[in-house]
Design a protein around this ligand. Structure first.
Ligand SMILES: [Fe+2]
Length: 318
């Protein structure tokens, strides 16, 4: 089985006003990384970047400092009120800018989407002293961070705010990864792979009830789909053999003050090195895909049915 190399496509400012309706979404649906060497939006001011970089590391309490737009809450920081407030304002304003920008660039993906988080990473990602499943420098597919996705996709817009390059190491796209490593990751063929159990549905209903009063509780909800994707995530991060084998592996370098966009549950990725970045996340309904056959839900459905999980190789624009 061949593990594919994720592709990176550059998008220049000259293209912004002449893009076809599906030009960028067709790339994203195929697990490609869209690179913007020139940011397609206004970055936070130099004063705000300086504040985030210099002030926040000492107040950090988890892997990310994140603003949750649905709950109007910042998490991952414990600081004096004025510092928390300024952090919240910067993260919220940037999320709003990213949302407006993506509505211009990829309008067909924004129908019914959810603005999930505006996150900041302030520490060097390489060799962080945190559990292996939490480490970003191990190649993985993202999974199960925003409650029950049930096939909806994790779209991430990233901004390198640092003065040095951020380096990604990537390997595989969801269909060839599931086809090649699905069994080793513990995915079971058959209906059980994507069907929620009775108990799971009851649990989900309770979480949804609680989340009306506490929106953040929504992140506790799980589904069979999320568990399957989580198995892939864990297997990939933990497997030494997966990381040793160079087949399909590629390094992608992101310049200081550049941006990129990717479905983090479609391209195997890791941050091999990099220190100071923003990550803005949106959950995209899988129905918004023009070519459903590329979506992780369809990939897992084919695997569950005992078929090849591979997606057809149709060229973009078709
Ligand atoms: Fe990730």
């Amino acid at each position: 089985m061949t593990v594919k190399t994720p592709e990176a496509i550059e998008v220049t400012p000259e293209q912004f006003n002449t893009l076809g309706r599906y030009e960028l979404t067709d790339h994203l649906e195929r697990g490609r990384v869209l690179m913007f060497p020139t940011p397609p939006l206004e970055l936070p001011s130099e004063e705000d970047i300086h504040f985030l970089k210099e002030k926040l590391p000492e107040f950090h309490t988890s892997k990310n400092i994140s603003y949750y737009p649905q709950a109007h809450q910042v998490r991952g920081i414990k600081a004096p009120r004025e510092i928390e407030k300024r952090t919240e304002t910067i993260l919220k304003e940037y999320q709003d800018k990213v949302e407006a920008c993506l509505k211009q660039l990829i309008p067909s993906f924004t129908r019914g989407w959810t603005s999930a988080t505006s996150s900041l990473r302030v520490f060097e990602e390489r060799d962080r002293n945190i559990p292996i499943r939490a480490r970003s420098d191990r190649i993985h597919l993202d999974a199960g961070t925003y409650g029950a996705a049930r096939g909806d996709l994790i779209l991430r817009f990233l901004t390198n705010l640092d003065d040095k390059e951020r380096v990604w190491k990537c390997k595989g796209t969801v269909s060839d990864l599931v086809e090649t490593f699905g069994e080793a990751a513990g995915l079971q063929r058959g209906d059980v792979l994507l069907q929620d159990s009775f108990l799971n549905k009851v649990g989900s209903g309770m979480v949804r009830g609680i989340s009306k009063a506490f929106p953040i509780a929504r992140t506790l909800e799980q589904s069979a789909y999320d568990r399957a994707m989580r198995r892939m995530h864990n297997y990939m991060k933990e497997s030494e053999e997966f990381h040793r084998n160079p087949e399909g592996m590629v390094e992608i370098r992101f310049k200081p003050k550049s941006c990129w966009l990717v479905f983090a549950d479609m391209a195997g990725h890791s941050c091999a090195s990099g220190e100071f970045a923003m990550i803005n996340t949106f959950m995209v309904p899988r129905e918004n895909f023009r070519h459903q056959e590329f979506s992780p839900w369809e990939v897992l459905s084919r695997f569950a049915a005992g078929q090849s999980a591979l997606s057809p190789d149709s060229p973009p624009g078709t």
